[in-house]
Write a protein that binds this ligand. Structure first.
Ligand code: ATP
Ligand code: MN
Length: 480
């Protein structure tokens, strides 16, 4: 068997010494023809591999370069060097893969995040991205653990969908028809999608919610966790064209149950990462501290990353209605001094991210759950409140990010739902399958969508969403 090796994380965590072992990994640095800093991705901490002077021939020594992949066999001994308990004295070093030091783009120095984005295929091998993607993994794992423990069924909703009535965002078209103008046409000149692969016009999904609702009407509690696509041309630090979303849907639940679950869920996965990725989060906290030092005093955040996470898991989220939020914003000095790009002058306007950030970062200084939005600015499926003006929606806003969760109690009343769909010009025939849930055994139910990358951003403190997904897709960019 080739892969009989010890993970570097396990070696460094253990106090055991004086035994033979094999390690494999990538060379971060090689000093004095003697000290290899070896990393295998299990932790940011490198194992010091000491090559006994004179034990390796000149050719092998030359091939131990930054980026090269090696296998080292030797004895684990207590380390005399600072910062590590143990090291490996190598009796043999085998080069598994050479790396031309002149050409390897990752030099042992600080690179900018922008540069690393250009070489996203190699950035996994840096400390920052090592930490980010291990934390991302833990959060994904914690999500499944959370719902599994609660008895939710993990539902796989389709990636290719025919419905374009969800209105969650601009969609990417899926077609096998030729793009050179020879696609079959209808009499009126429009494309004849009956001739297309699926016999109709199809898109990439923007949300699995509607399908999720169908399953919740059978399993009671379900969740989805899959890719979603939005062709929105938003070049922000919080939007991707391809992102992952978690969408739980619960039968027998109202808006309050929904908020309680979302808050418990967010705290659970953050706590999980804090327990399982301590070193990575300490590293990311330091990274952020250094980044913050570059900013003017006023723009710096008051808490470090770990301190912020600690605070979030130990405190209740603030819960206020949209109407209360509008009052706070309208009366704020920020609004009076015209510091918002969009001034808040009346009830009914949609909140911009500057308003959301004001509420969480300046006013409440903690995550905020906003509820009961005007129905005009929310989706057709949200449950209408008795006031005739608002719907039972809830958005969760997080410091530094803005919206991380969007959810609602769903309109389970057939008449109310179809009435609203008609008002919003949503063709009932297209969603006939969805309406069946309201025809046959409907019940109060609720759910939400959490943007996975937004929570990864929040937990890792990374400023740009493009740096928390391995290969980001955004306008004019789909490399790798
Ligand atoms: P925003 O106002 O930030 O664009 P939205 O109102 O379009 O969000 P929803 O349709 O409610 O968002 O989607 C649910 C969640 O998915 C959001 O709360 C957010 O966390 C995430 N999300 C939405 N759009 C994107 C995107 N383009 N990239 C990454 N995450 C997204
Ligand atoms: Mn959006």
């Amino acid at each position: 068997m080739f892969n009989k090796r010890t993970r570097i994380k396990d070696l460094l965590q253990s106090d055991k010494v004086n035994y033979q072992t094999t390690v494999m990994g990538w060379v971060r640095t090689f000093r004095n023809n003697q000290f290899i800093a070896l990393n295998d991705g299990s932790t940011n901490n490198n194992l010091q591999v000491v090559v006994a002077l004179g034990s390796l021939d000149e050719t092998t020594l030359k091939r131990i370069t930054t980026g090269a992949c090696i296998k080292a066999v030797g004895e684990i001994i207590p380390s005399l060097g600072k910062g590590q308990k143990v090291e490996l004295t190598a009796t043999s070093v085998e080069i598994l893969g050479d790396s031309d030091a002149e050409k390897f783009p990752l030099q042992p120095k600080k690179h900018s995040l922008e540069f690393l984005r250009e070489i996203a295929h190699l950035r996994f091998r840096t400390n920052t991205f090592g930490a980010v993607f291990r934390v991302r993994h833990s959060l994904a794992f914690a999500i499944h653990e959370f719902f599994n423990k609660k008895g939710f069924v993990y539902l796989h909703t389709p990636i290719v969908t025919a419905s374009d009535a969800e209105g969650a965002g601009e969609m990417f078209k899926v077609t096998t028809l030729p793009l050179d103008g020879t696609a079959p046409k209808n009499e009126d000149g429009s494309i004849n999608f009956k001739e297309d692969f699926f016999g109709r016009s199809t898109n990439l999904t923007v949300s699995g919610q509607l399908e999720g609702e169908l399953a919740a009407m059978a399993f009671s509690d379900i969740y989805t966790f899959g890719p979603t696509f939005r062709a929105e041309n938003s070049n922000t630090t919080r939007h991707l064209a391809e992102f992952w979303m978690i969408e739980p849907e619960m039968a027998f639940s109202d808006l309050e149950d929904n908020m309680n679950l979302a808050e418990e869920f967010i705290k659970y996965i953050i706590r999980y990462a804090m327990e399982h990725n301590k070193e990575d989060l300490e590293f990311l906290t330091q990274r952020l501290d250094e980044e913050e030092k570059q900013k003017p005093q006023n723009d710096r955040s008051e808490m470090g990353l770990l301190q912020k996470l600690e605070f979030v898991v130990n405190n209740d989220f603030e819960r206020i209605t949209y109407t209360e939020a509008i009052d706070i914003l309208k009366e704020s000095n920020h609004n009076k001094k015209k510091k918002f790009n969009y001034l808040i002058d009346k009830w009914g306007v949609d909140l911009q991210s500057e308003h959301e950030r004001y509420l969480v970062e300046k006013h409440f200084k903690k995550p905020v759950i906003l509820t009961n939005y005007p129905k005009e600015i929310k989706a057709f499926y949200m449950r209408q409140n008795d006031d005739g003006k608002t719907v039972a929606a809830m958005d969760i806003l997080a410091p530094g990010i803005g919206e991380i969760v969007g959810g609602s109690q769903r309109e389970e009343r057939y008449d109310k739902l179809t009435e609203r769909m008609t008002e919003m010009h949503i063709p009932l025939e297209e969603l006939d399958w969805y309406l069946d849930t309201r025809r046959f055994g409907a019940c109060p139910h609720a759910g939400f969508g959490l943007g996975f990358e937004r929570i990864v951003q929040f937990v890792t403190g990374m400023g740009n969403i493009r740096d928390v997904i391995p290969f980001p897709r955004y306008p004019k960019s789909a490399s790798f």
